[in-house]
Design a protein around this ligand. Structure first.
Ligand SMILES: C[S@@+](CC[C@H](N)C(=O)[O-])C[C@H]1O[C@@H](n2cnc3c(N)ncnc32)[C@H](O)[C@@H]1O
Ligand code: SF4
Length: 405
């Protein structure tokens, strides 16, 4: 079930934050709520999620109450540290959040709003599998304060969906999108490219279908072969081909051209939005290094440079919170060098780019070479920012290595 957690240092059992943490209460605060349940596990996925046979006694029916206990703990810990702020964004991710009754999601949101308050115009996203979104679900979520639904479409092509082990019917994506729009929710769809057997023409068909849904936001991820997944085993045994890097690059270029042609603008390597206010503010909060509390099994948190992560299994998580203990399994405080590396890694993926002033001094002279190689934009560099060109987006890892190595 997903890779191991980082090692880190032991986390205090009462969850308290170190007294010397330099908390800046003007930094926006976000909440991530992990819902660790799926009906079946897709062959490519190593997220921290469990099917009903893997729950070892943890009960989906109890999850909203179990998680609410961590909300109370977070409120106490943050107020003791002077770090309590209203939530700017909330994200219910998974797993499959919409496998829980919409009323349970609404209850968790209500508890979080009671505990932290909500900033004006806050963004509240729920991830959903297409089969789990009915008009009634969409309405309940909207009435509870959800503003945005992120739907796992992945592909419109039946043999690609089958290669990914997806169980939804392609036509259910449209039904889910319509239900969300009718309820007044903003809509994002997730796509994956580079599945075994997927041709450029298949990918083009999925892009065209996704565009015909007229969503506000599209994420397109290159399929990653994660260790320990069924797909990784199939590839190792030679049963299915490994994704081809050159084909995935062609697919990225096609996506960017098609999406740009339809009025979408990239704002992060794998994310496109119709306008600035339709970008995922929650994901931007991660990429910009804001503060967030991750609730639920395996969830990661970050406050003022301190990171911690919860125990992974829902049963272990439920035991901890039932004993009034923090569910945190480990914690770490990256040093200045690790922090800088992380900033370059995340911010260089953004269209707003990375400040040249944030690049380690000894590496700044490499900027000219990256411009000459067509990997970053000369005009942006004159304004003091590193911004990837299309070629740079395809070779982002090499750019990061050049800036940090
Ligand atoms: C963890 S899923 C949660 C949403 C929902 N359960 C679903 O699958 O529709 C979030 C997104 O991560 C992406 N994803 C998961 N595993 C991936 C992988 N190995 N490679 C690329 N994208 C992946 C998928 O696009 C998926 O929609
Ligand atoms: S439905 Fe989503 S979270 Fe669940 S296994 Fe599939 S990709 Fe992973």
């Amino acid at each position: 079930m997903a890779g191991p957690l980082p090692l880190g240092d032991p986390a205090p059992s009462d969850g308290r934050l170190p007294p010397d943490l330099a908390i800046d209460a003007s930094v926006p605060f976000s909440a991530y709520v992990h819902i660790p349940f799926c009906r079946v596990r897709c062959g490519y996925c190593d997220f921290n999620t469990y099917t009903s046979g893997e729950l070892r006694g943890a009960r989906q029916e109890d999850y909203a109450d179990t998680l609410s206990a961590e909300i109370s703990l977070a409120r106490r810990v943050l107020s003791e540290a002077g770090a309590l702020r209203p939530m700017d964004t909330v994200f219910f991710g998974g797993g499959t959040p919409t496998l829980l009754p919409a009323g349970d999601l609404a209850r968790m949101l209500e508890r979080a709003v009671d505990a932290f308050g909500m900033a004006d115009g806050a963004e509240v996203t729920v991830e959903a599998n297409p089969d789990t979104v009915t008009p009634a679900v969409a309405r309940t979520l909207a009435e509870a304060g959800v503003t945005r639904l992120s739907i796992g479409m992945q592909s419109a092509v039946p043999h690609v969906l089958a290669a990914l082990d997806r169980t939804h019917q392609p036509e259910n994506v449209r039904t889910a999108v319509e239900a969300a729009k009718d309820a007044g929710l903003a809509v994002s769809v997730d796509l994956i490219y580079g599945a075994p057997g997927e041709s450029l023409a298949d990918w083009e068909a999925s892009l065209d279908d996704a565009l015909s849904l007229e969503s506000d936001h599209i994420s397109a991820y290159a399929l990653i072969i994660e260790d320990g997944t069924k797909l990784a085993r199939q590839i190792r045994r030679g049963e299915v081909p490994r994704p081809d890097d050159d084909l995935q690059a062609d697919m990225y270029e096609l996506a960017d051209a098609r999406l740009a042609g339809a009025g979408f603008e990239w704002y992060e390597l794998s994310n496109w939005a119709r306008s600035d206010d339709q970008r995922s503010r929650h994901n931007l909060a991660y990429w910009r290094g804001n503060d967030w509390w991750g609730f639920g099994p395996g969830a990661h948190s970050h406050v003022a440079g301190l990171r911690w992560w919860n125990v992974k299994h829902p049963a272990a998580y439920a035991q901890r919170v039932a004993a009034s203990e923090s569910p945190a399994a480990g914690t770490e405080r990256p040093d200045a060098k690790a922090h800088l590396l992380e900033r370059v890694l995340l911010e260089s993926r953004l269209a707003e780019g990375l400040a040249i002033a944030d690049i380690p001094v000894q590496n700044r002279d490499r900027v000219a070479g990256l411009i000459a190689d067509g990997l970053i934009e000369g005009a942006a560099a004159l304004r003091g920012r590193v911004r990837l060109t299309l070629r740079g987006r395809l070779l982002a890892d090499a750019v990061v290595r050049a800036l940090t190595g």
